[in-house]
Design a protein around this ligand. Structure first.
Ligand code: PMV
Length: 321
């Protein structure tokens, strides 16, 4: 028996940082996937092969899951296996292999995608009959076990796919758009350090009263964006991206590279542009009239960015033949 499942990466559209404190956000799944295969392993232990993160062979006794040495690249896989094995009283050894369409450097949420795909593969392999919600919850729990912080928006995108309105810890998950968006994506070439940026914003929030009003503005714009998707009003959705970017800049999470690329996109007639995710690096996104896509792309590249050829609204976690 051999089971393969895959899950998409994600891009945050509106509402990052504030979402950590219970505000809504809008996130889209991208057509770049992580695939996880589960198969038998006679040795009564977990055997992981993840060449995409530079780890060819990793062994762990089932009784030692989550204990002893836990290499960073294996932490998400191991904690997900631990959670599922404990919940369902499993003891059998398995071999897990992972592969990815995208680099862990881009900020597409490889950790969330790997736990989502692994949960789905384990579900079929052991016939656990988990619902989509069960898969989301156990995958989000594994992410929290490792990171300690995070809203779970990335796990929601990997599990449910599409473009969704999300409120942590997953009580509200609603589709706002079907299919691809008229969006151009640029990568800064710089890896963002999400947990550090979350802590920086938390500190700012503790010390500065005005941060609450920035979060209130973010809640308003995310809710407005939700209604603008219904109206298919990408001009106004672009303006909201600009507004969201200004608010994120006041939280000190933008960067010189992001600012330059955002300006490049806007100068090339994008409706609007912003950073996507924690900030400090990773990717920026720009909404544009399709007829200016090429110019927006060029604007981003001349500003020092790397154009990413991705489509949005991708399918959530699924089994692969
Ligand atoms: O850095 P990313 O792409 O994982 O995005 C982080 C978004 C935050 O809102 C800052 C954190 C979170 O978990 O929601």
């Amino acid at each position: 028996m051999k089971v393969t499942a895959s899950a998409p990466g994600k891009l945050m559209l509106y509402g990052e940082h504030a979402v950590v404190y219970g505000s809504p956000c809008i996130v889209t799944a991208v057509d770049q996937r992580v695939r996880v295969t589960v198969e038998p392993n006679g040795e009564g232990e977990i055997h992981v092969c993840s060449p995409n993160v530079g780890l060819d062979e990793y062994h762990k006794k089932i009784s030692k899951l989550g204990k002893d040495d836990l290499p960073k690249s294996m932490a998400f896989v191991e904690m997900l296996v631990k959670r599922v094995y404990e919940k369902f009283g499993l003891k059998t050894g398995i071999r897990i292999s992972t592969e990815s369409d995208f680099s862990t450097q881009f900020g597409f949420g490889s950790s969330a995608a790997v736990v989502a795909a692994l949960a789905k593969a384990l579900d079929l392999y052991f016939d656990l009959k988990m619902t989509q919600k069960d898969i989301f919850q156990i995958a989000y729990q594994a992410v929290l076990d490792v990171q300690g912080v995070g809203s779970g928006f990335d796990v929601a995108a990997s599990v449910y796919g599409g473009t969704i309105y999300y409120v942590t810890p997953g009580d509200i998950i609603e589709s706002v758009w079907e299919g691809n968006l008229p969006m151009v994506v640029g990568y800064t070439g710089v890896k963002a350090d999400t947990p550090t940026l979350i802590r920086q914003v938390a500190e700012l929030k503790r010390n500065e009263g005005w941060v609450e009003s920035v979060f209130a503005d973010i809640i308003n714009l995310v809710n407005k964006a939700k209604t603008l998707f219904e109206k298919k009003d990408f001009v106004q959705l672009g303006k909201l991206m600009n507004k969201n970017q200004k608010l994120l800049a006041t939280l000190n999470v933008s960067s010189v590279e992001l600012d330059k690329m955002i300006k490049g996109a806007k100068d090339a007639k994008a409706y609007g542009a912003k950073l996507s995710g924690a900030g400090g690096g990773d990717c920026m996104i720009a909404l544009t009239d399709k007829k200016y896509s090429k110019e927006v792309m060029e604007g981003i590249v001349s500003a020092g960015g790397i154009w990413m050829n991705v489509k949005t609204g991708a399918e959530g976690v699924r089994l692969e033949k």
